[in-house]
Design a protein around this ligand. Structure first.
Ligand code: SAM
Ligand code: SF4
Length: 325
């Protein structure tokens, strides 16, 4: 097999890069309101260092990048990083995962710098509820950000909804309806148990699918960018798609193609395992491109077969916001 593949013959061609552990929101399932220990700035990879990792990964066969965080749009000059990454030989897709609050300001410059598409996290269409879930956000900013992303030509714009029993699960039909005539691409995500708030409960994908059937039958579909961990469907005649990401009820490890780079320069082959390979110190000690490639190969070789979230096994070392989701 050409390119990079792990010990279980899974091709690895996708690197998610967390550019910061900071965020302008405090979503209840992701971060506590207060008392978060943030990384010192000196620990966070500089853009030249991220570029060096992306170049080494691309030389090994990675062709897709996604920028995430924390909230990637709070890092200054993110557009400059996108411009640098878009010039890396072998990279043909750069995407962003964002809460969307700052998208109106940055969508066009990001698109001009080489960003292709964007996923926006949005868990409710109700103003008060948005503020309760995110603690600091304003729904109108996100809706406007989604419009700005579409106007800028970022395509597709996908909306990710983490579904929580008794918190926002009464809105799954409202989100699904937006795929019918408004062309939204909505993905329903099973809540992973990372929060200390035990009032939050996940809703299994099977249950969400059943509720959606009241809008019509769901037809399986593929997307132009491959399906990754999501399964995609469409209502007949709908412009948009409905996706499901089900880390608890249907783990998708068998076709996982990703690696993650944390904001402080650790390469993690699995979101849900504590194994990580430090790249920051080698980078700062002058590692050559060949040495970086060898470290990446070693991390890929250590990618676990699957996670065990459904059996209650959680990573101990880092929270979601520190790995990048
Ligand atoms: N701040 C950006 C955002 O919210 O899109 C990017 C980082 S965020 C950690 C990435 C994704 O992880 C978001 O879609 C968020 O909803 C999701 N996420 C965070 N905590 C989660 C949890 N406990 N279960 C499921 N998804 C979670
Ligand atoms: Fe911030 Fe994203 Fe986590 Fe919400 S999910 S607190 S926006 S990093």
């Amino acid at each position: 097999m050409t390119g990079l593949s792990d010990s279980f013959q899974r091709p690895i061609n996708y690197l998610r890069i967390s550019v910061t552990d900071r965020c302008n929101l405090r979503c209840v399932y992701c971060m506590p309101d207060q008392g978060i220990a943030l990384l010192p700035h000196s620990e966070i990879l500089r853009y030249e260092e991220i570029l060096a990792v992306a170049q080494a990964a691309a030389a090994l066969g990675v062709n897709k990048l996604r920028l995430t965080g924390g909230e990637p749009l709070v890092r200054s000059e993110l557009t400059e990083l996108v411009r640098m990454l878009s010039q890396v030989e072998g990279i043909d897709d750069i995407a962003l995962t964002t809460n969307g609050v700052l998208l109106r300001k940055y969508a066009t410059p990001l698109k001009e710098a080489g960003l292709k598409r964007v996923n926006v996290s949005l868990d409710t269409l109700k103003r008060d509820r948005y503020q309760q879930i995110t603690r600091y956000g304003r729904l109108d900013d996100v809706l406007d950000g989604i419009e700005a992303a579409k106007e800028a030509g970022l395509d597709p714009v996908k909306v990710n909804m983490v579904v929580m029993q008794g918190t926002n699960d009464d809105e799954v039909l409202d989100f699904a309806r937006l795929t019918l005539n408004d062309g939204w691409h909505v993905r329903f995500i099973e809540l992973m148990p990372f929060s200390t708030d035990d009032h939050l409960a996940f809703v299994p994908t099977g249950e969400i699918k059943e509720r959606l059937l009241s809008l019509g039958p769901l037809e399986t579909c593929l997307t132009s960018h491959g399906n990754g961990p999501a399964q995609y469907f469409r209502f007949p005649e709908a412009e948009g798609t409905v996706g499901f990401i089900s880390p608890l009820s249907e783990h998708f490890c068998f076709n996982c193609n990703r690696l993650r780079l944390t904001a402080d320069g650790k390469l993690r082959p699995c979101l849900l395992s504590d194994y990580e390979m430090d790249l920051k110190n080698p980078l700062r000690n002058g590692a050559s491109p060949e040495e970086l490639k060898e470290l990446i190969r070693q991390a890929v070789a250590a990618k676990p077969h699957r996670h065990h979230l459904a059996e209650g096994v959680l990573p101990k070392g880092r929270a979601m916001r520190q790995v990048g989701g």
